[in-house]
Design a protein around this ligand. Sequence first.
Ligand code: LLP
Length: 441
Amino acid sequence: MSAKRLNLFPITADVNRHDHLVLGGCDCAALLRKYGSPLYVFDEATIRSQCQEYMHEFKSRYRDTTAAYASKAFINKAVAQIIKEEGMGLDTVSGGEINVARAVGFDPVKVFFHGNNKSEAELNMALDWGLGRIVVDNLHELELLNRLAAGRKIKANILLRLNPGVDPHTHKHTTTGILDSKFGFPIGTGQAEEAVKKALLLKNIVLHGLHFHLGSPISETAPYKQGLEVVLKFAAAMKAKHSFTMKELSPGGGFAVRYISSAEIPPVSSYADSIVSNLIALTSKLGLPKPRLIIEPGRSIIARSGVAIYTVGSIKDIPSVRTYVCVDGGMGDNIRPALYEAKYEALLANKVNARNTRKITIAGRYCESGDILIRDIAMPEVTAGDLVAIPVCGAYCVPMSSNYNMVPHPAIVMVSAGRSRIIRRRQKYSDLMKYDISGKS
Ligand code: LLP
């Protein structure tokens, strides 16, 4: 088996003598027999190694770094437990994510809370649980948080989310750093300065530092440099004008991963090099103290660990036009191709070494023409019952899944050292009606 063929798959990926894909020491065909189809398989070793790589690459260059996993990429109790064991922080954006952290006994001080429209109930939850930092996005939130903290006679620990006006060249749905965005206080309009002034005045707010997040996935390092330049210049101006000391700084997350073999993505070390060297050079130049650096990788921690495995059913061949190979999942469990025109590769998990002989289109099972997982991919002969494995499905597939067409969510298993364990059971039809009150009018 050429290692190249498996290079997008988890680090434990292998092929056995039956020509089956093996993940974490488990035969994927056997996993599907045991847990059903479709199936999301997560490789524990890959998650841990990504956590360690991020912490190593940043901390070895800049000791005062906190790496907080952006849980929106995919969180459940099993993943939160691994992140906790690896000693990372956790970036959350909702009461739901905060509750998963609580359920596994995550240290609240290591939890960051983001969001452009946090509810009063969520802010109360954050204050009551003593979350490390609330990343305040707008004036409404700043005032509300001050009031809620005053009611408890405590101080809320915050960062301000700024909008530096930098384009990271990502899909427009995932670009956040440009001026015309719902996120953060724009620096260019003077609104960021107003926010700093206000935060310094409010009695129940402690402003620890500044935050920006440009978008996702960012496959260049230059936008981080540009963002740092804008935000650090702003920090220096705020120091001079309002005696504000920036003790903490976050350039967010957004680090890219390779979804297809031909993509050129900087290694983690390049992102770390660029961010750290620019941070050190610019703070020295501007006479700023060295802040604690907070990074928020989500996709790059979890994406490669996850593989979606589907079973082929119907095959529709339209002579001289296209062959649609239909699988038992699709946009309900992976909306990314439909939403962002995201590109994926695939192989047959039960015939890994079979030679590619034709071009096919892998279509989902949902009632929508846009439900195409991969258009025009070279594959071997495919027949009903074959298993299609799509790598790099660990991030933003499961958490963005829906029950469109009343199709239950697939099961999720974690594999490690030849063992598999279910970390989220497959939904049942009864789950889909669980919240319906009554069929009667
Ligand atoms: N920090 C903040 C403030 C964010 O908004 C995000 C992602 C991250 C960190 C983590 O970014 P990452 O390292 O995972 O790229 N659903 C889209 C991605 C949306 C990202 C939203 N914010 C997708 O499937 O590509």
